[in-house]
Design a protein around this ligand. Structure first.
Ligand SMILES: CC(C)(COP(=O)(O)OP(=O)(O)OC[C@H]1O[C@@H](n2cnc3c(N)ncnc32)[C@H](O)[C@@H]1OP(=O)(O)O)[C@@H](O)C(=O)NCCC(=O)NCCS
Length: 151
């Protein structure tokens, strides 16, 4: 984390984070959807290294007192070094600043690294949503997870 810094993602500087997002998911968002997520009620931040390369990002949403972690990703070559944890921490701090009372997310049941990260950060599984995500061949369940904030 030493030489990494957080930058807010804005309509002027989203390109690298958008490209990273396309490498993080089998079914990435389109550019239009990503750009839509850069203005309130959404908030989005990226982690940039000393060479100005984006190594991670997340997108949050605030609706009244309820926040949602819409997406998070770390560059393949930078995984397993604590960046995901720093991104979730930053997201939770931003939620607290915005006076959210809780934060929610959805995750594929097969996504063991993400589920372990979220549990580690204090999220609890609330329910399983059947056949929620597309697969190349069929559908996959989602876990709905929540953390209470502001306590
Ligand atoms: C999920 C993701 C963001 C984690 O990022 P990361 O930088 O590798 O995670 P960290 O190094 O901060 O790991 C923090 C914790 O997450 C868990 N974790 C991370 N990678 C893991 C793995 N491969 N297997 C099991 N647990 C893992 C561990 O609990 C870890 O804590 P530890 O290091 O003390 O064991 C990353 O794997 C990613 O970008 N995946 C693709 C995009 C994605 O699936 N996003 C989630 C959408 S819901």
């Amino acid at each position: 984390m030493n030489q990494l810094q957080f930058q807010e993602i804005q309509p002027e500087n989203y390109d690298a984070a958008f490209k990273l997002q396309t490498t993080c998911h089998a079914f990435p968002w389109s550019q239009a959807v990503f750009v839509d997520c850069l203005t309130p009620p959404y908030f989005a931040w990226q982690l940039v290294d000393e060479n100005d390369a984006v190594q991670g990002y997340y997108v949050g949403l605030l609706a009244a007192v309820e926040a949602t972690l819409m997406d998070i990703g770390v560059a393949q070559s930078s995984r397993g070094q604590g960046l995901g944890r720093e991104l979730v921490k930053h997201f939770l701090l931003e939620c607290n600043k915005r006076q959210a009372l809780d934060a929610w997310l959805e995750v594929r049941v097969s996504n063991k690294p993400a589920i372990a990260l979220y549990h580690d950060m204090g999220f609890e599984t609330i329910e399983t949503r059947k056949n929620y995500y597309p697969l190349a061949d069929g559908k996959e369940d989602a876990l709905i997870m929540k953390i209470e904030l502001g306590k």
